[in-house]
Design a protein around this ligand. Sequence first.
Ligand SMILES: Cc1cc2nc3c(=O)[nH]c(=O)nc-3n(C[C@H](O)[C@H](O)[C@H](O)COP(=O)(O)O)c2cc1C
Length: 229
Amino acid sequence: MNETIKIIQNMRTIRKFSDKKISKKDLELIINSSVRAANSSRRQNYSIIVVDEKETLDQLFYGSNKGLVFCLDFNRLIDTAKHLGYDYDPKDIRLFIIGSIDTILAAQTATIAAKSLGIDSIFTNSIHRAKIEDVYKHFNLPEQYCFPLIALGLGYPEEEPKWKMGRLSGPGLVHDNKYQRLTSEELDQLVKDYDDQDLKLGVPAESLAEQGFERYLDWFFKISQIPSR
Ligand SMILES: Cc1cc2nc3c(=O)[nH]c(=O)nc-3n(C[C@H](O)[C@H](O)[C@H](O)COP(=O)(O)O)c2cc1C
């Protein structure tokens, strides 16, 4: 494995951060790398709010040392158009999708850059669990054509996660040339894979048992269909 692959393979979400501060230089490197992500038609349809207020970091970013809110945002372009006497109205849903892709690519690139500097991270939906009006008010976001897509907390770990989550990477997820639905046998295997403690795709068996379930997917479809995190 080369260094880049090692960094990517070693990435995992951190939920408890130490007090160690991210240096200004590292934060700049992370942001300057983040914006290097591919983007559609030179638009970079996003804005990044950099957060270092402790209370906000504790509330929305798992107590990490710096927070980045990645917002899908057309306002810079709208204002530039107006400045030049043009009308620019990005109502088309395709622009929403394309802009969201720009935004998320920048966010993921930030996590990889951070990890390469020894800085860990957590993506969080906390901003969507909060009252959305409060989020707009708190970050002074434009009410139109700006949507906070994802929050990213950055910092140094206080505590390692108990287990490193696995990932699916085979049949049903990767398709050769043409899409193929899983067969009944492959679905049986998938159900088993979620409970294979070595693959670490589901949750630890003890924690499932505590909730009265034997199979992870029973818990998933009965309890956890609506994302809470
Ligand atoms: C869109 C998104 C939102 C997430 N929100 C949360 C969150 O609010 N709380 C949390 O603990 N983890 C959150 N995560 C992290 C996932 O739980 C984590 O990536 C997943 O469990 C895999 O674990 P790993 O990153 O350690 O491999 C989020 C991840 C994504 C991509």
